[in-house]
Design a protein around this ligand. Structure first.
Ligand code: PEP
Ligand code: MG
Length: 564
C-alpha cells in the first residue's frame, strides 16, 4: 500500500518487524552481486577455474583470520588457517583435476575427491578429528561457492544506511555490519519469519512485506524507517524527521508477575546470543524461555565444536544466574538455512528436514555435541534442554536414548529438565502421550500457526490468515495445556504470541504457566499480567473457543478482559 502524506514524501506500508525509528540513505541490496554467474566448470576451463577458486578462497580465509586475530580471537583464526592448509594439499587439486578430465564438473569433482577424507575423519573416535571433518566439508562448500561466483553478502555500504532488499536470509541479516546498517526494509517476509526475529534480537529496526519496495526506492535516497508502525517514508519532510524517536531505554522489572487472584506467571525472554541474555537479565526476566542455539552458529561459516558451545553457554548462564535457561537444540532448515550446514534443496523446506529431524536423520554427531555440551553446563547451572520440530513420540524416545548415551560418555548425571517445542499439529494432538515423556512443553506458536493454517510464515500475503487469536489455534493450545497439566507438566509459550499484549489474557485464561518474550517487553508483559484476573481470563478464553474468527475473539477481549 502506498500513500502520499505531503507534497513530496511517499509513505510505503508493510509489516512492523522490529521496533525503532531511523532516518538514513537507502542502500539497495544488489542481488546481482549475491547470485552465481553460471561459469563453465568442465574440461581445462574447469581445472583453471578450480585453481582460481582455490587461490580466492585461500585469500579470503587469510583476510578473515587476520581480522579475527586483530580482535583477539586467536583460536578461531587458527581454524581458518588450518582450512587454508587443506587447500594446499596436492590431493585436492590432483584428485579433482583427474575427475574433471574424465568429464565431471569442477564442483562435483571437488566434493567427490574430498568426501572419503571427511568420512575418515568423521569415523575417528577423537573429537578433534571429528571437528576437522566439518571444517573440511566447509572448505568444499566455500570452493563450490567460489566456482559459481556466489557470495552470500555484497560489500557493505560506504556510509550508515538502511538496507532495502527483496528479501534477506537470516544468515545475511546476522552478517550485516552493524556500524554501517542501521535498519532494513524488505518486500518479502512477515513478523514471525526468522529474519524479523533476528532483527529484533539484533535491535535493528525493520519493516518487512512492503509491496513494490525495491522499485520505489533509489540508492542514496533519504528514507525514514519506522519499525514500530511498519512504514517507510521516502524523502521524509524535515518535520517528520524531527519526530524520530531515539532508542528507548530498557525498563527493569524484577518483581514476580502475579495475577490479581494470585497466579504466578513466569516471564522469561527469548535470546539468540550473549547480548540478548544480558538484556534479559537487565530487564528482570525470570529466565531465558528460549535460547535459539542456531543463531549462535549463524554468523559463522563453520559449526562450533562441543568445547566452543560449552564456552558460549557458560557465558549466557553466568549472565542469567541463578535464573534458568532453556537451551533449544539446533533448529535449522526452512526459512533458517545455516551456511555452515548446507543441505540439499527440497521442494517444501518448511515441511522438510528441519529442526530435530535434521539432526536425527542426517547429523546425529552434531546433536551429540549439543547434548554433551548441555549436560556439562547442567552440572553447574540450571540449564533445561528443549527439542524443536517434534512430530512423534518416537522422535522423543530416540533423542532421550541419545541423551542417555551422552550421559554415559561423560559419566555425568546432573538433573536436567527436558522438554519439547509443541509446534507441529501432530505433536499438539498427541500432547497427552508426549507429556508422559518430558518435563515441560513450550508452544512454538509461530510454527504451530503456520502448520495449522497451512500458511507459510514468510509469505506476507498470508499474514492475516495465520491469525494467532483464531479459535482454531486457541482450541489447540487449550488441548495441549490440559494434556500437560493432567500429567503435572508445565507449559510455556515462546512464539511471538507471548509478546502480543492482546493475546496474553487468552494464554493465561487457557492455563499457560510461562511466557517467553523479547527483553524490551518484559516490564510491559509483567504489568499486564498483574492487571489481569486469571479466573476472569479463563471465562473469556472458554467463550473465545466457541467463536468463529480471530476478529470476533478480539472484539470479546475489548469488551471484557480490558475491563477487569
Ligand atoms: C516458534 O515456532 O514459535 C518458535 C518459537 O520457534 P522459531 O520461531 O525459532 O521457529
Ligand atoms: Mg519454530
Amino acid at each position: 500500500m502506498t500513500s502520499t502524506s505531503s507534497l513530496s514524501q511517499v509513505k510505503l506500508h508493510g509489516i512492523a518487524a522490529a521496533p525503532g525509528q531511523v532516518v538514513a540513505p537507502a542502500w539497495r541490496w544488489a542481488e546481482s552481486r549475491v547470485h552465481g554467474s553460471g561459469t563453465d566448470l568442465t574440461g581445462e576451463t574447469g581445472i583453471n577455474r578450480l585453481q582460481i577458486a582455490i587461490r580466492d578462497v585461500k585469500a579470503a580465509l587469510a583476510t578473515k583470520a587476520t581480522g579475527l586475530q586483530a580482535r583477539g580471537a586467536a583460536a578461531e583464526a587458527g581454524i581458518l588457517q588450518a582450512q587454508a592448509l587443506m587447500l594446499d594439499d596436492p590431493a585436492l587439486l590432483d584428485g579433482a583435476s583427474s575427475l574433471i578430465r574424465k568429464g565431471r564438473p569442477a564442483d562435483a569433482a571437488v566434493a567427490e575427491t574430498m568426501a572419503p577424507f571427511a568420512e575418515m575423519l568423521r569415523a575417528s573416535d577423537d573429537e578433534v578429528f571429528k571437528a576437522r571433518a566439518a571444517d573440511l566439508e566447509d572448505v568444499v562448500e566455500q570452493l563450490r561457492r567460489a566456482l559459481h561466483g556466489v557470495s552470500d553478502m555484497p560489500p557493505p555500504p560506504a556510509t550508515p544506511s538502511i538496507v532495502v532488499a527483496r528479501d534477506l536470509a537470516p544468515s545475511q541479516t546476522a552478517g550485516l555490519d552493524r556500524t554501517l546498517v542501521v535498519g532494513f526494509a524488505t518486500e518479502q517476509g512477515t513478523a514471525t519469519a526468522h529474519t524479523a526475529i533476528l532483527a529484533r534480537a539484533l535491535g535493528l529496526p525493520a519493516v518487512v512485506g512492503i509491496a513494490g519496495l525495491v522499485d520505489a526506492v533509489a540508492d542514496g535516497q533519504s528514507v525514514l524507517l519506522d519499525g514500530d508502525r511498519g512504514t517507510l517514508v521516502i524523502d521524509p519532510s524535515p518535520g517528520s524527521v524531527a519526530h524520530v524517536a531515539g532508542p528507548k531505554p530498557l525498563v527493569t522489572d524484577a518483581a514476580p508477575a502475579v495475577t490479581k487472584d494470585g497466579r504466578r506467571i513466569d516471564v522469561g525472554c527469548n535470546a539468540a546470543n550473549l547480548e540478548d541474555a544480558q538484556r534479559a537479565a537487565a530487564a528482570g526476566a525470570d529466565g531465558i524461555g528460549l535460547l535459539r542455539s542456531e543463531f549462535l552458529f549463524l554468523g559463522s561459516d563453520r559449526l562450533p565444536t562441543e568445547e566452543e558451545q560449552v564456552a558460549m553457554l557458560e557465558q549466557v548462564m553466568a549472565a542469567m544466574a541463578p535464573r534458568p535457561v532453556i537451551l533449544r537444540t539446533l533448529d535449522v532448515g526452512a526459512d533458517k538455512p545455516l551456511p555452515a550446514l548446507p543441505q540439499p534443496a527440497e521442494a517444501n523446506p518448511a515441511l522438510g528436514v528441519r529442526g530435530l529431524r535434521l539432526q536425527l536423520l542426517r547429523r546425529p554427531e552434531l546433536l551429540m555435541d549439543q547434548l554433551r555440551a548441555a549436560l556439562r553446563i547442567a552440572a553447574g547451572y540450571p540449564l533445561r534442554l528443549m527439542f524443536p520440530m517434534v512430530s512423534t513420540v518416537d522422535e522423543v524416545r530416540q533423542v532421550k536414548l541419545l541423551l542417555e548415551k551422552a550421559r554415559r560418555e561423560l559419566n555425568a548425571s546432573p538433573r536436567m529438565e527436558v522438554g519439547i517445542m509443541v509446534e507441529v499439529p501432530a505433536a499438539a494432538v498427541t500432547a497427552d502421550v508426549l507429556a508422559k515423556e518430558v518435563d515441560f512443553f513450550s508452544l512454538g506458536t509461530n510454527d504451530l500457526t503456520q502448520y495449522l493454517f497451512a500458511a507459510d510464515r514468510t509469505n506476507p500475503d498470508l499474514a492475516s490468515l495465520a491469525d494467532s487469536l483464531h479459535p482454531a489455534l486457541l482450541r489447540v493450545i487449550d488441548q495441549v495445556v490440559r494434556a500437560a497439566h493432567s500429567e503435572g507438566r508445565w507449559v510455556g509459550v515462546c512464539g511471538e504470541m507471548a509478546s502480543d499484549l492482546g493475546a496474553v489474557p487468552f494464554l493465561i485464561g487457557l492455563g499457560v504457566d510461562e511466557l517467553s518474550v523479547h527483553p524490551p517487553l518484559v516490564a510491559r508483559i509483567k504489568a499486564s499480567v498483574r492487571g489481569l484476573d486469571a479466573a476472569e481470563c479463563a471465562r473469556v478464553a472458554t467463550a473465545a473457543l466457541q467463536l468463529d474468527s480471530g476478529t470476533a475473539v478480539r472484539r470479546l477481549v475489548d469488551h471484557s478482559v480490558s475491563k477487569t
